[in-house]
Design a protein around this ligand. Structure first.
Ligand SMILES: [Zn+2]
Ligand SMILES: [Zn+2]
Length: 71
């Protein structure tokens, strides 16, 4: 049995949320590049909840603006 995305519950699991580890599909995972130390960026995928949470995502403020615009 396939694991389903925890956000939309329709599509297949594609990658876990970097922070809370819940399964996400390709459409729900929000791609983010996190700066780590000097000049190093780490790719990360967040769920809809974590991406706008400053505790999980240092760039959350940008997503808050983006996600509000979309609605
Ligand atoms: Zn999904
Ligand atoms: Zn998450």
């Amino acid at each position: 049995m396939d694991i389903l995305c925890a956000d939309c519950r329709k599509q297949k699991f594609w990658t876990p949320c970097t922070w809370c580890k819940k399964p996400l599909c390709e459409a729900c995972a929000r791609f983010e590049l996190l700066a780590e130390g000097c000049g190093t960026v780490v790719p990360a995928y967040f769920c809809a909840t974590c991406v706008v949470d400053p505790c999980c995502n240092p760039n959350a403020i940008f997503w808050q603006m983006k996600e509000t615009d979309a609605r």
